[in-house]
Design a binder for this molecule. Structure first.
Ligand code: SAM
Length: 248
């Protein structure tokens, strides 16, 4: 008899070993429309959040960034815009997202400073102490075992290295949360259906946002993985948040 541990996939309960395949299916389905949908769903605000991420991360020439769940390369491109003498390795488990990213890199002439690697955040295909910075943007809530991903982040960072996470979060003001829920549950799946023909993937995306831990609980998971000087900043009143920690 098997004894599979269970987890959530949006509001569904599934066996842990099923989740990655289901997440892979979501992002394979949306990859070609991912960037346009990001702009539509957030009315462009994800760009402001990613700018805030770069402001806090403060990229420097010579640094090597690992951007996990890096998808179509949004964070990687922004990092290289700020630090043209840096290098970025983008790692994602969905090959079709990386394919879109590579096309963008060729178009903006950044391919020589980028590497694209297929891999899982919970078992990164990199040696210990390899990177100066680790980022994960709108990725970690999709990972089956978040503590395993954070332990891996710690392992691959060099001593003195820094983790920065951008993720949807929980709004501390109930009236705002109510209004945001109305928007996300009523508008986003319908928009997904209209633009990509795939309502279910966007239903999962909004449900997964509600299942993600609040700011303080997530900060504790980062500390539990070994990081020090853990801090967070709310973005747009907590619709999203940035978390930072250091491998001291
Ligand atoms: C919402 S997209 C974010 C893409 C990009 N970071 C951004 O901010 O636009 C989430 C990405 O996480 C990837 N992903 C989900 N679970 C993963 C895992 N366990 N390991 C690596 N990548 C994963 C998906 O394939 C997808 O490309």
């Amino acid at each position: 008899m098997t004894d599979n541990r269970q987890t959530h996939f949006g509001f569904q309960t599934v066996d842990e070993d099923q989740k990655a395949g289901m997440v892979h299916q979501v992002f394979s389905s949306v990859a070609s429309k991912y960037d346009v949908m990001n702009d539509l769903m957030s009315v462009g605000i994800h760009r402001v959040w990613k700018t805030a991420m770069m402001d806090w991360l403060a990229p420097r020439d010579g640094q090597h960034l690992l951007d996990v769940a890096g998808g179509t390369g949004d964070v990687a491109f922004r990092f290289l815009d700020r630090a043209p003498g840096a290098r970025v390795t983008v790692c994602d488990m969905t090959e079709s997202m990386l394919v879109e990213g590579r096309k963008r890199a060729d178009a903006v002439d950044k391919a020589d400073r980028l590497a694209w690697v297929t891999g899982d955040a919970m078992a990164l295909p990199f040696a210990d102490n390899s990177f100066d910075r680790y980022t994960i943007s709108f990725g970690i809530r999709n990972v089956t075992r978040i503590p395993d991903a954070l332990t891996e982040a710690y392992r691959v960072l060099k001593p003195g290295g820094r983790l920065v996470v951008l993720e949807f979060s929980q709004i501390p003001v109930p009236a705002m949360q109510w209004a945001y829920d109305r928007y996300s549950f009523n508008v986003i799946p319908a928009m997904g259906q209209a633009v990509t023909g795939d309502r279910d993937s966007y239903q999962y995306l909004v449900e997964s946002i509600r299942k993600f831990p609040d700011q303080g609980s997530f900060a504790q998971l980062i500390r539990d993985a070994g990081f020090g000087r853990v801090q967070w900043r709310n973005l747009s009143m907590g619709i999203a948040a940035l978390h930072s920690g250091w491998k001291l």
